[in-house]
Design a protein around this ligand. Structure first.
Ligand code: GAP
Length: 448
């Protein structure tokens, strides 16, 4: 069973080839499937398979753990996805959440004007000067609530989770015993009718966000902005992203929204270059002002100690869960030579890895499978486990390497006598014989 010859290697460079390998691995191992595939697919939507759903859940859990569970000053929220036009009018999305769109009259393709290399040349057919005049295209999905299709029934799928936190600011303030500085965090689906979705799950029309609105006294906004930039950058490092593949990029003045005094993006080196994982913005009191004005409800906080009322400023770290899961896959993918064969391994952090442990009986014989299942049941109470009794043990190790499983536990015929199992670590492939009664503790010690 022993494996040797681990060679020096690190995370693969984010090349276009790596992109293809991840898309291929995702389909082959059950991370991500094209949506509605048996009907020919539905463009730019994806389904997360048995492994991908665990990966995505782990990304969200890791975010929630550090943003809510480990803090005394942030509470959670799960707001509605459907919202009335009033919210989006106040937030500015109805008027401003648009992209400039042009159609090529030669090949009938549609493009975002601001993303064209040359605004006169169609990137699909090369026609020059064949674009229609640009028109603003609103990215929100519009639908109707209830059976009657009149204007009163119009509603929108949220294009960001953030507005749920702003419209609930007073509710949370009045019920949670928090006062500024404090935050409201939310994870959930958002929808944007992107004109140019693509690059696998990087830009899709349906995606998940992890956003937190941190409400602060105005004179503390600058310091909290710096704090959240540093804290969020560190989160990616703490979960195994190699530092050379990450950067924090402050926005230039001409990139800032009119209400933001500062914004920085956490960027990842994707196969096509640096691109955004998360934006951290100092939004001032723009959002609360807008909702206060449009709703007619006061959203001011009364500071008893200072005997003053004010609208808090907001620092917003806004990340994409699906995009971040993709970046974790790209950063973790590695290939190395082991005994003349290529081993593919996802060197995922244990919090992000879909399975923490795989339990593998050496043979399918009932005398091994029975006690192995007992061990599995014990471990399942503590960790997300896989169980696999097919193929030879080497192939099963390779499969777990491709899933990023940090530990494999093999129950063999000796286990029946010595009450011990072989624990194999993913990255080093080193193996240790551990008494069954110590296995839970052994793993817990390694998953801190
Ligand atoms: N509330 C602020 C806000 O929504 P954003 O930069 O538009 O800011 C935040 O979105 C994050 O959501 C982005 O950094 C990205 O990770 C993710 N995101 C945005 N649009 C996306 C899309 N079409 N597909 C996948 N992820 C997306």
């Amino acid at each position: 069973m022993s494996e040797t010859e681990s060679t020096e290697s690190g995370p693969a460079a984010p090349t276009p080839e790596l992109f293809d390998k991840i898309v291929n691995l995702s389909k082959r191992r059950g991370f991500v499937f094209p949506s509605a595939e048996i009907y020919g697919g539905f463009r730019s939507t994806y389904d997360y398979g048995p492994i991908g759903v665990l990966l995505l859940r782990n990304v969200k859990d890791a975010w929630w753990r550090s943003m809510v569970q480990m803090r005394h000053d942030v509470v959670g929220l799960d707001a509605a996805i459907l919202g009335p036009p009033a919210i989006w009018e106040a937030s500015g999305h109805l008027a401003n959440f648009t992209d400039p769109l042009v159609d090529c009259t030669n090949c009938q393709t549609r493009h975002r004007l601001d993303k064209l290399e040359d605004p006169n040349v169609c990137p699909t057919c090369g026609a020059v000067g064949k674009f229609t005049s640009p028109r603003d295209f609103n990215l929100m999905f519009k639908t109707q609530a209830g059976p009657v299709a009149d204007a009163g029934a119009t509603c929108y799928l949220r294009p960001e989770t953030a507005q749920g936190m702003f419209v609930n600011f007073a509710n949370v303030l009045n019920t949670s015993r928090k006062k500024p500085p404090f935050g409201i965090a939310q994870i959930g689906k958002s929808f944007r009718n992107e004109i140019t979705p693509g690059q696998f799950v990087f830009r899709t029309r349906e995606f998940e966000q992890m956003e937190m609105e941190f409400f602060v006294p105005p004179d503390e906004a600058d310091q909290w902005y710096e704090y959240w930039c540093a804290t969020r950058f560190q989160w990616y490092l703490d979960h195994g992203m190699p530092e050379p593949l990450l950067r924090l990029r402050p926005h230039d003045a001409d990139e800032l929204s009119h209400y933001s005094t500062a914004t920085s993006d956490v960027e990842f080196m994707f196969p096509w270059g640096w691109d955004e994982l998360e934006g951290i913005a100092n939004r001032g009191n723009y959002d609360l002002t807008q909702h206060q004005t449009h709703s007619g409800q006061s959203l001011e906080y009364f500071d008893q100690a200072a005997n003053e009322r004010y609208l808090p400023y907001v620092i917003e770290p806004a990340a994409g869960a699906t995009r971040t899961a993709f970046a974790f896959l790209l950063a973790a993918y590695d290939e190395e030579e082991v005994r003349g064969e290529t081993r593919v391994v996802l060197r995922l952090h244990h919090r992000i890895a879909p399975f923490k442990v795989a339990v593998l009986p050496l043979s399918k014989k009932p005398e091994l499978v029975g006690p192995c299942m007992e061990l599995l049941a014990t471990l399942q109470g503590e960790f997300m486990c896989d169980y696999d009794e097919t193929q030879n043990i080497g192939k099963r190790y390779r499969r777990q390497d491709e899933l990023g499983t940090p530990y494999c536990i093999t129950f063999d015929f000796d286990s029946l006598n010595d009450n011990a199992v072989t624990v194999r670590e993913r990255d080093s492939m080193e193996q240790e014989r551990i008494p069954i009664e110590n296995v839970v503790r052994y793993l817990q010690d390694r998953f801190v």
